[in-house]
Design a protein around this ligand. Structure first.
Ligand code: NI
Length: 154
């Protein structure tokens, strides 16, 4: 169990395109475990590797549903349908929330930590999380897509 420091907006590492993972080894598993611990500690529902300074296509998501913790290696969105408009935040933007339009249903293909193909379907919050975290792997931040910011709470 180890927590890593979350990179905040403004850091260049958040704007890089991440590399595909080719080795499914202890180093990857440690990264995934640390990302999970870091996300939980920060009360987040998703975290992408560049947010802990690692430029690899690795995501963890846990929206507290039946899927439990989802680990995505080299994820690709294969289908998007519908629309949702709601507030979104990011662990790299403490206390910042804004409205972002996302697809309402998303299908994702990826590999698990052992390199085996997995597929997930997400609606609403999970669909939003898939889109948000996969954007991170391409250096895209939610702030790029915010249509209206929510007033900061004290
Ligand atoms: Ni984020």
């Amino acid at each position: 169990m180890a927590k890593r420091e979350i990179v905040k907006f403004g850091e260049d590492v958040l704007r890089q395109k991440c590399e595909e993972v080719t080795e499914f080894n202890e180093e990857l598993w440690e990264l995934l475990d640390d990302m999970y611990d870091t996300m939980m500690e920060a009360n987040g529902v998703g975290l992408a590797a560049p947010q802990v300074g690692v430029l690899k296509r690795v995501v963890v998501i846990d929206v507290d549903d039946d899927n439990g913790t989802i680990e995505l290696i080299n994820p690709v969105i294969t289908r998007m349908t519908g629309k949702q408009n709601g507030t979104e935040g990011c662990l790299s933007y403490p206390n910042k929330y804004g409205y972002v339009q996302r697809p309402n249903k998303v299908r994702v293909k990826a590999l698990n930590r052992y390199g085996k193909p997995v597929e997930y379907r997400g609606t609403e919050l999970l669909a939003r999380a898939f889109c948000h975290e996969i954007d991170h792997l391409n250096g895209i931040l939610f702030s790029d897509k915010v249509t209206e910011w929510v007033e900061e709470e004290k």
